[in-house]
Design a protein. Structure first.
Length: 546
């Protein structure tokens, strides 16, 4: 039995599969198998496997075409490794992926090693402006930190993070023991119409923690075949209804949503989340859903599919009515003619952290294997990443004056972030909506008035050179400040005594007109950035300077 199973489910995509397979077979760690699940018994796919004539490849096929979920379930049944990962047939695995994962598993007792992949747009991607672009954020100080599965689940269901930040088997190595626990509890591993999305949720629901490595181990490939993008990010009539039903199967509709799940990606993902929450999560686990934040996310991404702008706007209004959400405070962008493509170049995102947007035509890329080869030369080596310390993130039950709370990826305040925040970075966390909430537990012995000194930065740049932030606690607007170009600093926030009686303290940050770097032409980042919080220092009233 191999230590690693690298599983490639594929459906008549020999042109991209050939290169995805090449990246899987190029691992520096040799104890692995590659499971090819040939959906519908495609002859060209089988021919590529024969050409390779590699004993590490295990080829399986189904006589008829299965839905994605059923094909993935069949593929899983054919995997024998202790650690399992699924690779899309247009994706690529970096050559040291298994080696890094093995060392992290050896240095921890965790069942999941997770990362956020780089992204390569194949030359036949559905949107011409994106074709043959490689987008990669490289962290030159690689680190591994431990994430609370429960906190990540909560952040997903309040829509403060994207589903891709979950420990999916598509961007993680997953221990077989966890897979078997899920199968015993639920009856099978892959569920719903989108098995990559649901695997991230079910993995988190059945684990307590997982390791997240800041240096990606794979590259997501987006080609002309990509099912999700053809269905949810294409122009009208790009993907036929017959193909959608063939690939995804019949849809179930959750009654808390509105019937636009076939045209809007955010609603489709929310539908998967809600159906899974109700049917398959462990008993006794209560997970709240923030529908306002879902609407914020739909509004932020309304121009991701310009042809469907009016349908998305109607869905936003219907969902707001259904859940009594006031749209007055939600920024809805005006329509654009087409999606904005990422501009090529390098952008510093912090100390030793750079986003590259690379023109594949200029550097000679033609496929995902080429993209893997290029990124291998640009990223930290295996010994740097594998030797990175594993930082623990511990949730606290209460903070008292004299303590400092930090919001970086390994900070002690990550678990306090509620709706409206993005994925924590090394320095801190950006707000990604017009409202962002923080739940601050105060130690029960703290009775006197206290203050918090917030260290922050603001997303203000040429063309977007002013921002106003208001902090509310309960019924009190406790601080308002204005930010201009290149602004960072500290803001004192008084915590009213009466709110200490309703512990934890609920802090809400209201940001005027957040904008995304993508719409301003700065980078490919489509998040609506506003205020970035780095730390919060608690002071008693006596410790506050007059």
């Amino acid at each position: 039995m191999a230590l690693f199973s690298l599983v490639i489910p594929t459906l008549r995509r020999s042109d991209t599969f050939r290169h995805a397979l090449a990246t899987a077979l190029s691992q520096s760690f040799e104890d692995f198998e590659v499971v090819v699940q040939n959906n519908g018994q495609d002859a060209e796919t089988e021919a590529i496997v024969r050409e390779r004539n590699d004993p590490r490849i295990k080829h399986f096929s189904s006589p008829t075409i299965l839905t994605i979920t059923e094909n993935w379930e069949a593929a899983l049944g054919n995997a024998s490794g202790e650690f399992i990962m699924f690779i899309g047939d247009d994706d690529g695995l970096l050559p040291d992926a298994c080696e890094i994962a093995r060392k992290i598993f050896d240095n921890s007792e965790l069942d999941i090693v997770n990362w956020h992949p780089f992204c390569y747009y194949w030359p036949d991607y559905i949107h011409p402006a994106f074709r043959n672009r490689l987008v990669a954020t490289v962290d030159y100080d690689p680190h591994v930190h431990v994430v609370s599965s429960d906190e990540q689940l909560k952040r997903l269901y309040n829509f403060s993070i994207d589903y891709s930040q979950m420990p999916m088997i598509y961007n993680s190595f997953v221990h077989r023991a966890l897979v078997e626990r899920i199968e015993k509890s639920v009856g099978r591993y892959f569920l719903g119409q989108s098995p990559d999305v649901t695997s991230g949720i079910i993995n988190a629901a059945h684990s307590s923690r997982f390791a997240k490595v800041s240096r990606p181990l794979s590259i997501t490939g987006l080609s002309g075949h990509s099912t999700g993008h053809n269905v949810f990010l294409s122009g009208r009539a790009h993907a036929s209804s017959n193909r959608v039903e063939r690939d995804l199967g019949p849809a179930l509709f959750h009654p808390l949503l509105v019937p636009s799940i076939s045209t809007n990606l955010e609603l489709f993902i929310a539908n998967e989340m809600l159906l899974l929450r109700d049917a398959a999560l462990p008993q006794g686990r209560t997970i709240e859903v923030d529908f306002r934040q879902l609407i914020e996310r739909m509004a932020a991404n309304i121009n991701n599919r310009p042809d469907y702008y009016q349908e998305t706007l109607a869905a936003i209004r219907a969902l707001a009515t259904k859940h009594d959400v006031d749209l007055a405070g939600i920024a809805i962008r005006p329509p654009i003619a087409r999606r904005q493509a990422p501009k090529c170049g390098a952008t510093a995102l912090g100390q030793r952290r750079i986003e590259f947007v690379i023109d594949g035509d200029y550097v000679g890329l033609a496929n995902i294997a080429d993209a893997v080869g290029l990124m291998t030369s640009l990223i930290p080596k295996v010994e740097d990443t594998a030797a990175a310390a594993i930082d623990q993130i511990d949730a606290r039950t209460g903070y008292r004056p004299g303590e400092t709370i930090t919001f970086g990826s390994a900070g002690n305040g990550v678990s306090l972030l509620q709706g409206g925040w993005g994925e924590p970075e090394q320095w801190g966390t950006w707000s990604i909506a017009s409202r962002a909430r923080l739940r601050l537990p105060i130690d029960a012995g703290t009775w006197r008035p206290i203050h918090a000194v917030l260290k922050y930065r603001a997303f203000v740049v040429p063309g977007h050179d002013e921002l106003t932030v208001t902090c509310r606690i309960g019924d009190h607007a406790v601080a308002t400040w204005h930010c201009r170009l290149d602004f960072s600093g500290c803001q004192r926030i008084a915590i009213p005594s009466d709110t200490l009686l309703m512990n934890p303290v609920e802090m809400e940050f209201i940001i005027s007109n957040p904008r995304s770097p993508a719409e301003l032409g700065i980078s490919s980042d489509g998040r609506l950035l506003g205020v970035g919080i780095e730390s919060l220092e608690l002071l008693s009233d006596a410790g506050v300077p007059r």
